[in-house]
Design a binder for this molecule. Structure first.
Ligand code: DSN
Length: 414
């Protein structure tokens, strides 16, 4: 590469990823095939519109790429319509709102502090300035069960047009049937934002919200699904909704689709259809359970009491007197990357909350099994309990580097 400054930074990031352990539950490593498609000449091409209906010439191959991505997405998630153009999860969610709601309409989503996502109505986001968001919460953060009675009461009182199931920091199982039941009672459309668990749903190891009657699924493509940074919107069977969503993405909120990313999405969807991917998804769950058990054994409080998916939210301040920020920093020092996170009822500020959020998608891609994951959990706790002990931190860092060396980031998944 001629740009030596950027080349150096790429190499440094490669080294950081290779030598450390990635526990941020929304991150993963892509295959060299996904990287190749993402870095391909499709980045040069403009193709506003949809396959067969474009506003620019020269679309012979872009049309084929996008059609393949759509077909694979539909097959993977068992639905009729897919829009593969969203640049990421936030525009995917915004497009659904723009397609189906009028300004001032009400949306019911999970409270951010109980695990929901910013795009489900945080006051600082654009959607919250256009629509009215109301929330549901967990009944009890120690079991993680959603308060469906309260959700129903809010839905009847507020008459939302859209009800969202989905999260970015929730480790338990949502009862999709209950969502659909409540939505039907008040005439709302249902949308599942499955960004975090898309890979687990694609592999069939977690339940597909479409099987319980959800109308729409939105997702990113880079988390457990292990594709490029990007988004998708899926519609089970309603052609009218699908048409409105297409219009909302283009020309509604986006211009030219990123065809290189769409090519990479198609590759990732292809990889996710393989038996190997199913095995990978199962291992993600087993690995998260193995980490959960170590945290249990050490009496560290986990929101929801543990995990049913790929992530764990631990109350490190309540259990160990270490703040989320301190935990994130000290674990970074020993080569473990995760993120601080607010927990339900947190009395601390978001920039130094009580919790940490971590998960197993990336280390499972590296080949970690239960044994290594339990070992990582033990090492994490050792560091958290000895955060000012230089010697202990140095020895843990050595262990982490050894593990990273033993399990290099793979290039091929199928
Ligand atoms: N930033 C993503 C996450 O880490 O969960 C969600 O958008």
């Amino acid at each position: 590469m001629r740009d030596k400054k950027i080349e150096k930074l790429i190499k440094s990031e490669e080294k950081r990823q290779a030598e450390g352990l990635e526990l941020i539950p929304s991150e993963n490593y892509v295959s060299e095939d996904v990287l190749r498609a993402n870095g391909s000449v499709f980045t040069n091409k403009y193709s506003e519109g949809y396959p067969g209906r474009r506003y620019y010439g020269g679309q012979d191959f872009t049309d084929q790429v996008e059609t393949l991505a759509i077909e694979r997405a539909c097959k993977l998630f068992n639905c009729k319509y897919a829009n593969v153009q969203p640049h990421s999860g936030a525009p995917a969610n915004l497009a659904v709102y723009a397609a189906l709601l009028s300004p001032g309409d009400t949306v019911l989503g999970m409270d951010l502090s109980h695990g929901g996502h910013l795009t489900h109505g945080h006051p600082m986001t654009l959607p919250a300035k256009i629509y009215k968001f109301v929330t549901y919460k967990m009944k009890n953060p120690d079991t993680g069960e959603i308060d469906y009675e309260e959700m129903r009461r809010v839905a009847i009182a507020e008459k939302p047009k859209l009800i969202i199931a989905g999260f970015s920091a929730y480790s338990k199982t949502l009862n999709y049937k209950k969502f659909v039941e409540i939505a039907r009672e008040v005439g709302a459309i249902t949308m599942a934002d499955m960004a975090h668990i898309a890979g687990l749903i694609a592999a069939g190891v977690l339940r597909n919200p479409f099987d319980d009657g959800f109308d729409i699924i939105t997702s990113t493509t880079h988390k457990t699904l292990r594709g490029p940074r990007g988004g998708i919107i899926l519609t089970r069977e309603d052609e009218e909704i699908a048409k409105k969503i297409d219009k909302a993405i283009f020309p509604g909120i986006q211009g030219g689709p990123h065809m290189h990313t769409i090519a990479a999405k198609a590759v990732a969807f292809g990889e996710a259809m393989t038996p190997k991917f199913k095995k990978y998804a199962l291992q993600i769950l087993k690995n998260a359970k193995a980490m959960e058990q170590v945290f249990h054994k050490n009496k560290i409080r986990m929101i929801g009491g543990g995990t049913d998916n790929h992530l764990i939210l631990a109350d490190v301040f309540g259990s160990l007197g270490v703040t989320g920020k301190e935990a994130q920093t000290v674990l970074d020092e020993v080569g473990i990357t995760l993120n601080m996170n607010s927990i339900a009822g947190d009395t601390r500020k978001p920039l130094d909350p009580s919790g940490i959020r971590f998960g197993t998608p990336a280390i499972t891609t590296r080949g970690f099994k239960e044994k290594e994951c339990a070992c990582v959990a033990e090492l994490m706790i050792k560091v958290l309990k000895n955060k000012d002990n230089k010697k202990i931190k140095e020895s843990v860092h050595k262990e982490i580097k050894k593990l990273a060396k033993k399990f290099p980031i793979p290039k091929k998944f199928v």
